[in-house]
Design a protein around this ligand. Sequence first.
Ligand SMILES: Cc1cc2nc3c(=O)[nH]c(=O)nc-3n(C[C@H](O)[C@H](O)[C@H](O)COP(=O)(O)O)c2cc1C
Length: 313
Amino acid sequence: MKENFSGKKIYIAPIAGVTDYSFRRILKEFGPHLMFTEMVSSNAVTQANKKTCDIMLKLHDIDGVQIFGKDIDIMLKTAKYVESLGVKHIDVNMGCPMPKITKNGYGAALLSDPEHAKKLMYTLKENLKEETNLSLKIRIGYGGNRNPIFFAKLAEELKLSHITIHGRTREQMYTGFADWTVIRDMKEAVSIPVIGNGDIFTAQDAIDKITLSGVDGVMLARGIFGNPWLIGQIRDAFEGREVREISQGDRVDLALKHINYLKEDREDREFCYEIRKHLCWYIKGMKHASRIKDEINKTDNYDRLYEIMSTLK
Ligand SMILES: Cc1cc2nc3c(=O)[nH]c(=O)nc-3n(C[C@H](O)[C@H](O)[C@H](O)COP(=O)(O)O)c2cc1C
């Protein structure tokens, strides 16, 4: 049977250190259905940490906010605060594998305590406004705990707006491949929308993975690093249009726009620190990329960075 791609969603993943306000401003221009902020610490929000509140919670209209933490009261206060900002989508992180997160029981560690996770999600659902879309993002397992179907069923029971599954275990971190057969099993187990995540780098990857799993949409993460065009290419593939190649000129133009967006948003030092990785991603595969990369990483002012990129046109 031929898979029908109409109505399939394209979501942008929460990516700490990457999907900040300026990059989401770029991404938004490519028309994803929904984008998530970098994961936001519930402790930082409840302690009114200025950076978290002013920078991480500066939002576009199609942004959802992802929160992480464990304490149920603190997570609820955070979700309510986020809701009070007018945010329509709130996602709970149960996938972050980093030791500094999991050692406190946050992120993917919640997969190893399903009863606590259940209480947390019930409390959020029961206390947020009915019109707020609550969702959950998980991995396929943590240590010996490998029960993604439990979490899919929980999401269904609570009528969450969707559940996203990244098809790797916590132990895999970002190595190996995402297992889309587990994603398929989850999709078959529940009736709420299931969003698949892991290893989508081309439009064909999205088509193949949806065909295999039947998911309702895909969430893009590393595939959009230096390549927001992936969003439009996937949409073209869904709609049966030819996928357009991207030229070096396109890449340079977008990099320059990104430089200017970020400059509007950050102090000088932070600007240089944050933009460098994006510029290195934009130039990947270009002639002399490694020499230019070295120069980018040594440069600490806007004018010079702008000049380096402009000369690549
Ligand atoms: C640098 C980096 C930061 C990430 N930050 C988050 C995060 O804040 N919240 C989250 O749920 N997942 C986070 N992830 C995981 C991604 O959202 C995604 O699940 C994962 O990268 C798999 O998708 P991919 O194979 O398309 O990259 C992060 C991944 C990377 C590489």
